[in-house]
Write a new protein. Sequence first.
Length: 120
Amino acid sequence: MRATQPRLRVLALLETLGGHRTADELLTRATQSDRPLARATMYKVLSDLAEAGVVTVADVTGSAARYELTDDHHHHFVCQRCHRVLDVMCSGGPCAPGRVDGHVVQATQVIHHGVCADCS
């Protein structure tokens, strides 16, 4: 994968802002700079980075997908009230890629839904 300016900018945004960001949040921040990114470019870059395994996508049901830099294997908790997304570290079970019945697993994603401590 080539290190293009849009890819580097999106990676820098994710690093600066931290994980669990929607494409729109990243786009808003990018357009506040002197070198804005087009919406189509943002989605293409995020797709390319996710396909390359550099970015992880948390497909949050009922809300926009969230993007974060791929650093460790973890799951997510989504609050049904405030829509906050929290990391849940793995403690057993299927977390890291491996093999399932002879198939090669490239990613495992578990999303817990409930009410966070702040909202309960």
